[in-house]
Design a binder for this molecule. Structure first.
Ligand code: ATP
Length: 281
């Protein structure tokens, strides 16, 4: 079976360069009443500063469970971290206390999800939610946090930030809400951004704008970006390297050009064959 093959990494990057985030042999189980789901099995991946790594695979392949593990966000129970380590800044994230993780979330490592409505508080003005991240992590004054939030909203392309600042999430379009999420993620100037299907819920034109925005911001700030997606066209347009997952395992990894032009694994070949839009990329 293809998934039992050792994962290949055909990256051209020097083996000496130290990754900013490195997952080694991670295994994650969900222990349910009558069964155990081995959602992530022996997964290793890494990302460097200034690099975009795509984690790609079909629904249920373990992409989100892997990403959520980085910040300890899988629900426990039923989640059990069954093995491996996640190194960030020399520390194993799996060994940190909830308090230590809380200090890293949103400040050093931030996440953007598919549906901003699940993350934004419907009862709070959006600007206050962006500012709150800074207030939480730094000792800045309310006025300073407001200024920084307005600047972040401007940076992510929200027109008339002062007006939008005072609005509630339901008053914004889906694209603007996703921009607010990105502003919330970036206002703390994280070193790693994990984006889990950030454009899946958006229409094609807005998808393109949000992807362009992520690429621009990544280059500007030199962040490491982990982009989780089932959409290979998104990977082709955005990522430097790709990790392909199937049934909880990494089946292939390497530079995007190599993975797409010369896929080594049958599963990757099938994914590519099932993505007609790629012919035009
Ligand atoms: N909280 C949970 N409780 C039980 N099982 C879970 C939980 N979260 C994920 N799983 C299971 O773990 C496996 C991997 O799920 P995961 O969400 O990581 O996949 P994915 O590749 O991100 O897919 P999708 O794009 O659909 O989210 C699936 O079998 C899923 O049903």
């Amino acid at each position: 079976m293809t998934t039992d093959r050792p994962a290949r990494d055909r990256s051209r990057r020097s083996a000496d360069a130290k990754p900013l985030l490195e997952i080694s042999r991670l295994s994650v189980d969900f222990r349910l009443d009558t069964s155990v789901v081995h959602a992530v099995q022996d997964v290793s991946l890494h990302v460097h500063a200034g690099e975009t790594l795509a984690v790609v695979g079909e629904s249920g392949s373990g992409k989100s469970a892997t990403a959520l593990s980085v910040l300890g966000l899988n629900p426990t129970p039923p989640c059990v971290y069954a093995g491996g380590e996640i190194l960030f800044d020399g520390r194993d994230m799996l060994k940190l206390s909830e308090k230590e993780l809380g200090a890293i979330r949103g400040r050093d490592i931030a996440m953007v999800f598919q549906d901003p409505m699940t993350c934004l508080d419907p009862l709070q003005r959006v600007g206050a939610q962006v500012a709150e991240v800074l207030r939480h992590h730094t000792g800045v004054s309310r006025a300073e946090a407001r200024e920084a939030a307005l600047a972040a909203m401007d940076e992510v392309g929200i027109p008339d930030p002062a007006l939008r600042y005072r609005q509630y999430p339901h008053e914004l379009s889906g694209g603007l809400r996703q921009r607010v999420m990105i502003a919330t993620a970036l206002v703390g100037r994280p070193r790693v951004l994990i984006a889990d299907e950030p454009t899946t819920a958006l229409d094609v034109t807005v998808q393109r704008q949000i992807l362009d925005l992520l690429v621009t911001l990544q280059h500007k700030h030199g962040m490491a970006v982990v982009l989780i997606t089932h959409d290979l066209a998104v990977v082709a347009e955005t990522a430097d390297r790709a990790v392909v997952m199937n049934k909880g395992k990494v089946v292939e990894s390497g530079d995007v050009v190599d993975v797409f032009d010369r896929p080594a694994d049958d599963y990757t070949r099938r994914l590519l064959a099932a993505t007609p839009r790629l012919e035009a990329v």
